[in-house]
Ligand binder design. Sequence first.
Ligand SMILES: Nc1ncnc2c1ncn2[C@@H]1O[C@H](COP(=O)(O)OP(=O)(O)OP(=O)(O)O)[C@@H](O)[C@H]1O
Ligand SMILES: [Mg+2]
Length: 328
Amino acid sequence: MSPSRPYAHVAADGVTRVFGSRRHNRLVAVDAVSVEIDSTSMIGIVGESGSGKSTLARLLVGLDRPTSGTVLYGGRGLDLLSRSAWKDFRREVQIVAQDTSSSFDPRRSLRDAVRLPAVQLCGLGTAEADARVDRTLELLGVPPALAQRRPGEVSGGQRQRFALARALVVEPRLLVCDEVVSALDVSVQGTILNLLKRYCRENEAGLVFVSHGLPATAFIADRLVVMHRGRIVEQGATTDLLDAPAHPYTAALLQAHHGRPPGGRRDAVLPDPARESWACRYAPSCPRAVDTCRTERPPLADHAGRTVACHVPVDAPLLAGAGAGGPR
Ligand SMILES: Nc1ncnc2c1ncn2[C@@H]1O[C@H](COP(=O)(O)OP(=O)(O)OP(=O)(O)O)[C@@H](O)[C@H]1O
Ligand SMILES: [Mg+2]
């Protein structure tokens, strides 16, 4: 914990978010997820498209409310925060949302957009706020003249930097970045990632980096949270997960990025619709599925220095005489 800046801690405790209704397209986007983030850690949330990463990110920063479960800030439920504690939360925990194109007022200059939270959340006067905006833009390598433009008059990459500036201008303790580099050229991606890393180190801020891109996430995050169909399937130190993934889904994700299966083995199979109703949501695509995966939802449990939700983790022997015809 930093002695100079207060510690910030946000925890999702058994959080579920359901969209639709029982009759209409009911979808459990986030399913009983517990995760902790704080101002001392760099965490990556990875998973394929639709796995619930953005929904979880929005829940963690209070932009959306869970259907059940609680999000806690400093140990208190977001619902129970006083007006001033809620204001502190909004200043200390910032998000750069996935789609920045619609998050700017098209009629106002980018400078106005970046200045607004400095005034509203930090209570700065105009001169102070302007100085803060200039410092933040300089830090992000944005030419000040660009800030006079409107959101529609700059490129996507430039707008992304303004979205970052708008989050950083209030000097948050925790920054949640949702797919902030996915749409950018690889060279620009590197610049932004290095910048974020440096910013967090120098300003004692924590980072939650949400992305379906494993290489960028692994570069920036010390710890990874792997999501699959709304659930956390594996969580641990980035190096541990990259060196020896324990959940078959993590292994498949890594293989997809390496382009070839390590050791020539293929760890994902074509989805089997007959397994859609199984308790483990990865079972339809899992080469290691056993009968227990049909009936029992695998709990997140300690395993090889990380937590894994799998009855048959990758480094565990396949269960002898497994049901459902045994592992495929
Ligand atoms: N407001 C909403 N109404 C209905 N369904 C939603 C809503 N927001 C998200 N979903 C659904 O919830 C699931 C999870 O979506 P989410 O955006 O969290 O996934 P993601 O992991 O961020 O995906 P991506 O990598 O494509 O950004 C998806 O099936 C999505 O269609
Ligand atoms: Mg998303």
